[in-house]
Design a protein around this ligand. Sequence first.
Ligand SMILES: Nc1ncnc2c1ncn2[C@@H]1O[C@H](COP(=O)(O)OP(=O)(O)OP(=O)(O)O)[C@@H](O)[C@H]1O
Length: 347
Amino acid sequence: MTTPVVQLQSVTREFSGTAAVRDLDLTVERGKFTALLGPSGCGKTTTLRMIAGYLEPTSGAILLDGKDATRLPPERRNIGMVFQSYALFPHLTVEKNVAFGLRMRKLPAAEIRTRVGEVLELVGLAHLAKRKPKQLSGGQQQRVALARAVAVRPSVLLLDEPLSNLDARLRIQMRQELLRVQRETGLTAVLVTHDQEEALELADSMVILDRGRIVQQGPPREVFRAPATRFVADFLGYENFLDLPGKGPVTIRPEHVRVLGPDEDPPADAEVVEGTVASARFRGTDFAVTVTVGDRTVHAVSTDDTLVSGAPVRLCLPAAQAIALPHDDAAPDTTASEPLQQQELHT
Ligand SMILES: Nc1ncnc2c1ncn2[C@@H]1O[C@H](COP(=O)(O)OP(=O)(O)OP(=O)(O)O)[C@@H](O)[C@H]1O
């Protein structure tokens, strides 16, 4: 096995006695794209800044390429960083911005010229080399920042919410761009994001943080399809948290809950509950439907445009899509986790 590029061993970082990151163990494999994902304040940026060397851990160790780097200053770590704010030098041209890190490393002028040319080609900006940052669009500025980080051939490329300043369309385009650059260069990358779609699309490994701790990690499909806790499920858009008779606490995505037609028979392995439509919100191709079942709300997705508030409906909860959750999982909304009563079920 090759040495991991980054290893965090029992890393804790406190601010005024409060831990922003607690006892974190993290391994970043060579050539892989790792995403740190979680809600605001969960410790993503603190973790990234410790890897970069801008913050020291309160305790624990950081290894880069297998060597202890816990107290090494940023300039002695071979790291490339891209920020949300681009952080370009406004008075320097695109090529001089990209050359900056190479000049700091005192590379020969000819080598700098070659590398700047290569990375500008890589991000498709060779034709804008003489422009200043303010003459570029947001997406182009972020490409310059990416080129500048890649030019130094870092051991690890650290990306702190690099796409969140871009509009929705451009963000999706730039995701592909980022992935292409990472794949073409073979660089190891660590991305901080609160956007689950971004992590799902880009990452080989997804690490979910909650209040400074890792709560789940693995390939995105695995984590998405089998959230280990209610927190992870909730964060990944599982809206239904139910206690099914004989099954215990489960979670199920709204798009897996079907509104049955009046004469429709449910599949054999499904639970069926009766309720009343509380709301049906049009979303373009379908409706986000909320249904009151007893004293709780079940979320479903339907293409039926005749559903109106107050209408009685039957919902089908396919057993195969119901993911079991730990019994003692803290419930963010306690009213939703009461067991569904037998009399509400039809078999
Ligand atoms: N310099 C600091 N001084 C005091 N507290 C800090 C400092 N930096 C971070 N924190 C606290 O540490 C916790 C984690 O912050 P961090 O910025 O790592 O979270 P995050 O997951 O990156 O959040 P966001 O997505 O909002 O950027 C927060 O509670 C934050 O207020």
